[in-house]
Design a binder for this molecule. Sequence first.
Ligand code: KIV
Length: 265
Amino acid sequence: MKKITIQTLQELKERNEPFAVLTAYDATFSRLMDDANVEVILVGDSLGMVIQGHDSTVPVTLEDMCYHIKNVKRGVNRSLIIGDLPYMSYATPEQTYINATRIMQSGANMVKLEGGQWLTDTVKGLTERGIPVCAHLGLTPQSVDALGGFKVQGRDDKTAKQLLEDAQALQNAGAKLLVLECVPSTLAKQVTESLTIPTIGIGAGADCDAQVLVLQDMLGLNTQFKPKFVKNFMAEVHGDIKAAIELFVSEVKARNFPGDEHSFK
Ligand code: KIV
């Protein structure tokens, strides 16, 4: 099996073939995902909520991220691994270079950070130094307190225009992937069509180049949190985790997931 690279993902976008992304935090699940042909495994700072039990991603530290990335890495042969830079670990470009080095040396192939145009120097600096970047726009959970909660973003003309401009600026700075979280489907479609790099949607409709869900959500294990964009894949396969992951991959590739019922207007 050939290893998935950023170039593989770029080619999939160019061929209009959607790819699958899931979060994982340990080797057991990353191995299952690798075997199921999940192209990208995201070691997300969502671990603060689904592993550590916090009510946001804010408490997650760089040490937490490195520990989980190392575990995930041991289960992976083929998938590309993205590691989140946690809260306030990329406030300045210099700080980011040091912390991104730790994420990469723990086993990630790429780092992810949340935010718009204020990050262009950081993204450019990382890219020039050979560290690939996945950007993240829309609902950026590390800013939950500033946003006033986990809310859909980009619903009015002003914020939609800002998001389009941010996406373009991040691509121009060198970002190789862009996560779009909780934005109206029409806006996600516009962003996806306006960029040459692949977009990865979560609550962003069916027109993104890839789809991501948090593992515990798509397995229906998170009883406290069931947002509209989540589908419980395990419910359809009688509690078989491996089959649920395979079903997610096949539904994403066939563009059967997400449906309108999982998307925002
Ligand atoms: O931390 C995470 O898992 C994420 C996804 C929700 C995209 O950023």
